[in-house]
Design a protein around this ligand. Structure first.
Ligand SMILES: O=C(O)c1ccc(O)c(O)c1
Ligand SMILES: [Mg+2]
Length: 628
């Protein structure tokens, strides 16, 4: 299968676009005319440059406002078309996209348009060119692929075919299964785009908000299944108009595009196994069964401070690595590693960013399969030299350089804790923390789609609704991703301003660092009591907060007193209840959360977030940001 992307989807000048597109793994490219015009090379030069990148020009586009015009406009449109055919010959491509006319003088009429295309087909044939007709969702008379198909059918010319674009079909709410009745050989080209479901003018929506398949809310899968079921076997191409992408990095946009396209085509063959999809086989999305470990890069004083914090939270040092400066801390099913190595990735991360979580271990069904899928979708495997006695654990680079390790129940991997670590202390009950409820990653707002695509293409995870969290100094958007079971949840927090608590943490980190980890307990009051005995001081909440809780919810007097006493935050939805408490920020803005979910509460306490952030900022402003 030819994988293709339109130049308009990728930022940069034409050369930068081509470089990124080729590097991401695409085999073809749609040349958006503007991108060609702004280049200073001749058509032949540009064509050569594209082929030198190992890319084929799959389509030249768009040609606007051709059909349905009265003379002399009609004659002028034919003349314009002829010039573009000549240009295409020099560029070295034979397929052009004509989009349905928005011209005020367009007279309409299916047969008039069909006659225009039949006549155009003759000229196209003389130039060895094929013309594909696409219904723009906002076309003046033709805005539905079924009408565009009727025009192509009546034009009845071998050089005239149909171009389908998922946005125009799905954006208008047209049933994609209507594509199944179109002969596949008359579909000349297929463009894909997704988009978030927002009520707005179609043209504006299309030109500014499209995104990669899987990043939005449209049923691009059903559309692509229909196209393939119709017998289409040409290039599948991404055509994404998106303001954010235009200002982003060419490399990342192209990489996300490739990931999204392969992920989608894999979904197509799994959803409808009778469809043959010509891409290499790779394993299905895995189910994540939980967070097996989180690993800090730290050193010296900062590492001692972190150890003290972990002890205060009830963790015991259960292991010392047999050959590395690596300690293992445990409570319940929670494992935390502190890496003080001076020569590997942990070292370089500590030196540049201070104490950070740089590695997350996930428990999956098959570690090898998960790593293979990640690689097939353009992910980079991660490997460091193994020290003596170390087990090789499959790992990949996350976006932005962090690391994900995969553990499973296989003999070799499940032995890692006993094989690689010498016992130090016994783990006891601690303060009652049982497991990691979620890991919260921080990123710029622009990176959120990349990360949600990264996780949802790799794992069986669903996106929860986006939540706005207000910080005194800006907005933070929060998106939760959840596995099939609730064993693995991750929240992506996108900061738009560096003055937010999230944004200021991000400013001196790299990639999309973990800012907080939430531990679950089955009894938060008992845990809080244990913590108090151990001298742990939680993030203090204000009296105003508790007065407001009292006014909003009917809370028994004793419970309310306990919430106040232990600085526990509270939320309720019908019978579902949620309790949270926080550590004070450490290491430049990281923190731990302790939570209890009751009666199936599935959220993250979003109503409490502004109060928690204000409390964190109050502390930081009072003391400056302690690093250790
Ligand atoms: O927004 C547009 O004008 C436009 C142009 C060409 C396309 O293929 C398309 O889908 C939209
Ligand atoms: Mg299009």
């Amino acid at each position: 299968m030819k994988t293709s992307i339109a130049t308009v989807s990728v930022p940069g000048n034409l050369r930068e676009k081509l470089e990124a597109i080729a590097a991401a793994g695409f085999s073809g490219v749609e040349i958006f005319e503007q991108d060609f015009i702004v280049d200073d090379g001749s058509p032949a030069d540009v064509g050569r440059m594209i082929r030198d990148h190992g890319l084929e020009i799959t389509l030249f586009q768009p040609f606007r406002d051709f059909e349905g015009l009265p003379d002399p406009l009609r004659a002028k449109a034919f003349e314009r078309a002829q010039r573009k055919f000549e240009l295409m010959q020099e560029l070295g491509t034979d397929l052009v996209l004509f989009c349905s006319s928005v011209h005020p003088a367009n007279l309409g009429g299916i047969d008039r348009a069909a006659d225009d295309f039949a006549a155009l087909g003759e000229i196209a044939a003389e130039h060895g060119i094929r013309v594909g007709y696409e219904a723009l969702a906002w076309g003046r008379h033709v805005n539905d692929h079924r009408d565009a198909w009727e025009i192509v059918r009546r034009a009845d010319h071998p050089n005239i075919g149909l171009i389908l674009d998922s946005f125009h079909t799905l954006g208008r709410g047209i049933d994609p299964d209507t594509i199944r009745r179109i002969p596949g050989d008359k579909i000349f080209f297929v463009q894909l785009a997704d988009a978030p479901r927002i009520e707005m003018d179609l043209l504006y929506w299309s030109r500014h908000f499209r995104n990669m398949p899987g990043e939005g809310d449209l049923d691009v899968l059903a559309f692509t299944q229909a196209v393939m079921a119709a017998g289409y076997r040409g290039p599948i191409s991404l055509e994404i108009f998106n303001d954010q992408f235009r200002g982003g990095s060419a490399k990342s946009v192209a990489r996300d595009g490739y990931r999204s396209l392969l992920n989608l085509m894999d979904d197509v063959r799994r959803a409808e196994p009778t469809i043959s999809v010509d891409i290499a086989d790779f394993p299905a999305r895995g189910d994540v069964q939980g967070v097996a470990f989180i690993e800090f890069a730290s050193r010296g004083e900062e590492a001692r401070a972190l150890e003290a914090l972990l002890r205060g939270l009830g963790f015991a040092q259960v292991g010392q690595h047999i050959s590395k400066a690596l300690t293992l801390w445990q409570q319940g099913d929670i494992r935390i590693l502190i890496n003080e190595e001076t020569a590997d990735l942990a070292a370089s991360i500590f030196l540049t960013h201070g104490t950070s979580i740089y590695d997350i271990g996930l428990s999956v069904g098959s570690a090898a399969d998960t790593a293979a899928r990640a690689k097939a979708l353009g992910g980079k495997p991660f490997a460091q030299a193994l020290s003596q006695g170390q087990i090789e654990i499959p790992a990949i680079r996350g976006l932005g350089g962090s690391v994900l390790h995969f553990l499973d129940g296989s003999q070799a991997l499940s032995d890692v804790w006993t094989a690689e670590f010498k016992p130090v202390e016994q783990a006891d009950q601690g303060v009652g923390l049982t497991r990691i409820d979620h890991v919260a990653q921080t990123m710029t707002y622009d990176e959120m789609l990349s990360w949600s695509l990264f996780y949802t293409s790799l794992f069986d995870m669903k996106k929860a609704a986006m939540v706005d969290v207000t910080d005194p100094d800006g907005l933070v958007r929060s998106q939760a991703l959840e596995g099939k079971s609730d064993a693995f949840r991750i929240t992506l927090n996108g900061a738009e301003s560096h003055r937010t608590f999230t944004g200021s943490f991000l400013a001196d980190r790299f990639g999309a660092p973990v800012q907080h980890v939430a531990f679950a307990t089955d009894d938060i009051f008992a845990t809080a009591e244990n913590l108090a005995k151990d001298g742990f001081v939680p993030l203090p909440m204000t009296e105003n907060y508790y007065a407001d809780l009292e006014s909003r919810f009917d809370i028994p007097t004793q419970t309310l007193a306990d919430l106040r006493r232990y600085n526990i935050l509270y939320d309720r939805y019908e019978v579902e209840e949620f309790f949270q408490l926080y550590s004070k920020p450490f290491a430049g803005g990281m923190f731990f959360e302790i939570l209890e979910r009751k009666n199936g509460y599935i959220g993250y306490g979003a109503p409490n977030a502004p109060f928690r952030i204000a409390a964190q900022k109050r502390l930081l402003r009072a003391k400056g940001v302690p690093r250790g």
